[in-house]
Design a protein around this ligand. Structure first.
Ligand code: ADP
Ligand code: MG
Length: 830
């Protein structure tokens, strides 16, 4: 670990101000000073490795900064050791006094060392003496033995800094820890032996390959090992040389042998053999062996300089090991137990960082001065009574949560979760009307244009209906509700139209704005934004929300999602939000009949679609998911559409919808389907979210085994929105085992929560959310499914946060920095 002088100074100053009562550092100043002393010693000896100066340093000219310091260094060390015997108060003052001297010595030393470490002859800017200490944030070339060429190769693995390298973890380990004698070997085992080379020679095989053959003996027997095309090995495997060799025991002409085993000289500190051997992701030009060696050196040299983000007290109470041990063990574990402990510690840290970021976000958010809105209960009731239906109890509860929030002096930050079709849109509209009644604007963002377009239509027609009924009842609210302007920001607008719309938003002529996230974020400047609603965005993560909050004067925020998220996960990804759940569907919703059909039943499925259309209904046909690109997906949809139109349903009118169509064309296709002009809508999975066409009764999904449960549930939610019995037909060519499992589950379950949990269990969080899309920073060790660690970290984060929300106490300084670093790349959360 490097010595952080600033931090120490802050601690010491705080200690002095507190009257030297030793209350500043948890666990006492003694422990801190011990660690500090150790770090100071190693950094004075050699800031790179903690080892005594290397021979190269000793032979450098006397003018070099390195040599001139021998005396002050040892003096300081002596002083420091002296302090260690003295009482705390005395030590504090004395160490503070020595600090400056030590600091300047150390920085000179760093400068010299840096110059010495130059591996190429290009003149390089010499670091100024008062420059920063070598930190793990230095470029990876700071690691001894890594040149610029290797650095470039490492960059392909996402490694830029030394720290990146230390956190480049093996993706698996080969277990070469089973040490055996040659006599004990059996065919097929993965083992490690230690033996002395008896002889080694190069031979030519009959096919002209070069073969190196060595015989090893260990006192219990001897065995042959062979390698192809590495003739240089004979120079390394000299007679009498003791080596460790790991690999699978093979057989040749009835005798046991090793073929191309891993090996290394016996030194007592093994890298490639005789242990759990790390296997790193490979990249062009770096062999497994060279990356491993390089990593070994880097860890020895640099891991001790990592700052532990977790305060000692926390590590003790949670029974976690320190970061240096954890990093070492992640790379070169002593055994599987140590590896498990290392992983646990790092996993805990990542979850803690997530959680602290989320709590901090929530904390900051609560500090913001919001815009309390007046909610006139009487007016709201009048409007509700003018709706075409009665709100469900769950909708009323959600609305009450929201109105309570809107009245508060800090901005609302709420997640409204409700299964597909539970009626979130109307709740959103009512909330937006409250903003409008307060003379402010509201915005509703949708993930796709098609959905934005639909919201625009729903909102306008619902508003018209409400106004008419209010007028008929002679209610005063009819006036301003009738004047409420909804504006759609769509991609198909001409530049001039867009400019005009932008003006209307900026001047407040439009009260409610609807559009996609992208469009709204790029174009809209509001006159006075009071409420922002994000629809259908289970992937709209913490980071994106933070960006949204910068818009307007801290608008109230409501995020709506139909993807039910298991509790622990919700606390993580949405920990900055309060939660309302609509757990009840509007009455008289009929159950959708779901059938998984065999490929041979495709014709029957088509016949069923035909029959439904003859009965006046409509159908969706979803094309398979194609992951390569949406261009290929669109192309596939076009040809499927042509096939269905020409060969299967020549008598019906089909529409086609895919992601690469112009938005005007999309709107036209949707309009004609909504109006019943087309009977069947053939679509890529873009139709997944939100679409509401009550007359559609069949959802036919091709390649259904390729979709996740949550997505299939979304598709199914596109039908059964009107009064007619609806059907979901699933076709799969040759589903995998997991695919079959999913189809079986979706066929029998219509509970969105159960499906989401099942989805998470089956596919893992990576696919369920995708850390990128969820706005979470990259997780290197933790898996969202590690719910036990997640829960442990969550509680620890809450405790930390309750005691020190700003993480300002000295023992939390490193942790605060780490939270910032972790979240920094995602966004500036504060
Ligand atoms: P989602 O929660 O999936 O966004 P929507 O808001 O699109 O659901 O609502 C689905 C359908 O249910 C819409 O047609 C809407 O008009 C209707 N709806 C909403 N609330 C009620 C209710 N309380 N009673 C009857 N129908 C309702
Ligand atoms: Mg919706």
């Amino acid at each position: 670990m490097g010595v952080d002088f600033d931090k120490l100074a802050r601690i010491l100053i705080a200690e002095r101000e507190d009257g030297c009562r030793d209350r500043i550092v948890i666990g006492g100043l003694d422990r801190l000073l011990d660690t500090w002393l150790r770090d100071a010693q190693s950094s004075v000896l050699d800031p790179r490795s903690g080892r005594p100066p290397r021979p190269a340093e000793a032979v450098r000219p006397a003018s070099s900064a390195g040599q001139a310091q021998t005396t002050p260094k040892s003096e300081i060390l002596e002083q420091l050791q002296g302090y260690a015997q003295k009482p705390v108060t005395e030590r504090v003052t004395a160490i503070a006094a020595t600090m400056r001297a030590l600091q300047s010595v150390r920085q000179d030393h760093v400068g010299a060392d840096d110059a010495q470490a130059r591996s190429d002859d290009r003149p390089r800017e010499r670091r100024r003496p008062e420059g920063p200490a070598p930190s793990v944030r230095s470029p990876v070339t700071a690691v001894r033995g890594i040149n610029t060429a290797q650095a470039r190769k490492l960059e392909a693995l996402g490694v830029r800094t030394v720290e990146d390298l230390l956190y480049l973890f093996p993706h698996r380990y080969d277990d070469f820890s089973h040490l055996k004698t040659i006599q004990e070997l059996h065919y097929g085992e993965e083992v490690t032996i230690i033996g002395v080379v008896q002889e080694a020679q190069n031979l030519q095989t009959r096919r002209g390959k070069e073969l190196t053959k060595a015989v090893l003996a260990d006192g219990t027997g001897s065995i042959e090992a062979t390698w192809f095309n590495q003739p240089y090995l004979v120079r390394q495997l000299t007679r009498g040389h003791r080596v460790v060799l790991s690999g699978r025991v093979d057989q040749y002409l009835g005798r046991l042998t090793f073929q191309s085993p891993q090996w290394e000289s016996w030194t007592g500190d093994l890298v490639h053999t005789g242990r759990l051997v790390p296997v790193y992701p490979l990249t062009e030009g770096l062999t497994a062996r060279s990356l491993r060696s390089l990593m070994k050196g880097a860890i020895e040299e640099w891991a001790p300089r990592l700052t532990d983000a977790l305060p000692t007290s926390l590590r003790q109470s949670q029974n976690l090991e320190d970061v240096v041990t954890a990093i070492r063990q992640m790379h070169f574990p002593n055994d599987t137990d140590s590896l498990g402990r290392a992983r646990h510690r790092l996993c805990f840290e990542e979850f803690l960082l997530i959680q602290l970021g989320v709590l901090r976000q929530r904390f900051h958010w609560r500090q913001e001065v919001g815009r309390p809105l007046a909610v006139d209960a009487a007016i709201l009731d009048t409007i509700i009574s003018a709706l075409p239906f009665t709100l469900t109890a769950a909708q009323q509860r959600a609305l009450r949560d929201i109105t309570d929030d809107l009245r508060r002096s800090y901005p609302m930050s709420r997640l409204l979760q409700g299964d597909v079709g539970s009626g979130k849109t109307i709740v959103a509209l009512l909330a937006m009307l409250i903003a409008v009644a307060n003379g402010m604007q509201a915005v509703m963002m949708a993930p796709t244009e098609v959905l934005a377009e639909q919201h625009y239509r729903t909102l306008t027609t619902t508003l018209q209906g409400i106004t008419e009924r209010l007028r008929a009842a002679g209610a005063a609210a009819a006036d301003w509700v009738g004047r409420t302007q909804v504006g759609l920001l769509r991609g198909s607008l001409t530049l001039a139209e867009k400019e005009e719309r932008r003006r209307q938003i900026a001047t407040g002529q439009v009260n409610i704005v609807v559009g996609t996230h992208a469009l709204i974020q790029e174009t809209a400047v509001f006159q006075d934004l009071g409420l922002a609603i994000v629809d259908e965005q289970h992937r709209f993560g913490v980071a994106q929300r933070a960006v949204l909050r910068q818009k307007g004067h801290h608008p109230h925020i409501l995020v709506m999602s139909a993807t039910p998220i298991p509790r622990t996960l919700a606390l993580t990804l949405y920990g900055d939000l309060d939660l309302s759940i609509i757990d009840e569907l509007p009455p008289h919703r009929q159950k959708i009949i779901t059938k998984w059909l065999a490929p041979a039943e495709r014709e029957r499925a088509y016949a069923f679609v035909r029959a439904q259309v003859e009965g006046g209904r409509q159908a969706f046909i979803i094309c398979p998911l194609i992951e390569e690109s949406d261009k290929i997906e669109a192309k596939a949809a076009v040809s499927e559409y042509a096939r269905l139109q020409d060969q299967v349903f020549p008598e019906l009118r089909l529409g086609l919808l895919h992601g690469r169509m112009k938005s005007a064309d999309k709107e036209e296709v949707m309009a004609s389907f909504r109006e019943g002009e087309s009977h069947v809508l053939v679509s890529t999975p873009v139709v997944e979210v939100g679409i509401d066409v009550p007359n559609a009764t069949v959802m036919l999904v091709e390649g259904a085994d390729r979709f996740g449960l949550a997505q299939l549930h979304q598709f199914r939610g596109r039908v059964g929105r009107g009064e007619h019995q609806s059907y979901c037909l699933l076709l799969a060519e040759s589903p995998s085992f997991e695919g079959e499992q999913r189809l079986r589950v979706i066929e029998t379950t219509d509970d969105g929560f159960l499906l989401a949990e099942e989805d998470l269990r089956m596919r893992g969080p990576g696919e369920f959310f995708g850390t990128r899309q969820s706005g979470l920073p990259d997780l290197k060790v933790a898996q969202i499914g590690d719910t036990r660690v997640l829960e442990q970290a969550r509680r620890a984060a809450q405790d930390l946060f309750d005691g020190d929300p700003a993480l300002a106490q000295p023992e939390h300084v490193a942790l605060a920095a780490r939270v910032q670093q972790f979240w920094g790349s995602a966004t500036d959360l504060s």
